[in-house]
Design a protein around this ligand. Structure first.
Ligand SMILES: [Zn+2]
Length: 87
């Protein structure tokens, strides 16, 4: 019984300590520090070489062209655009 109480107290102290260390506001859930959580597509950035990018599907905005896909680097934010063209 006494041991459990001590453990709970220790846990409380540890939580307080870690809160002080973090000092970063947590917005929502699943926040990854300094990383784009949407950058999951394996695409190598031409600028910084980071190998994960966020895919921004532009859809068929331009009816006369093929679907345009944009990759946004998860690290530096560099955007690349590709268009699947058969011609
Ligand atoms: Zn990059």
């Amino acid at each position: 019984m006494e041991k459990n109480k001590q453990e709970i107290e220790n846990l409380g102290i540890n939580l307080e300590a870690s809160e002080n260390i973090k000092k970063k506001p947590v917005i929502g859930t699943g926040v990854v520090e300094d990383k784009n959580i949407f950058a999951t597509y394996p695409h190598k950035c031409k600028k910084c070489g980071y190998d994960k990018a966020q895919v921004i599907d532009m859809g068929i905005w331009y009816s006369d062209e093929a679907a345009v896909t944009r990759f946004k680097c998860g690290k530096c934010g560099f955007a690349e655009q590709t268009a699947d063209s058969n011609s």
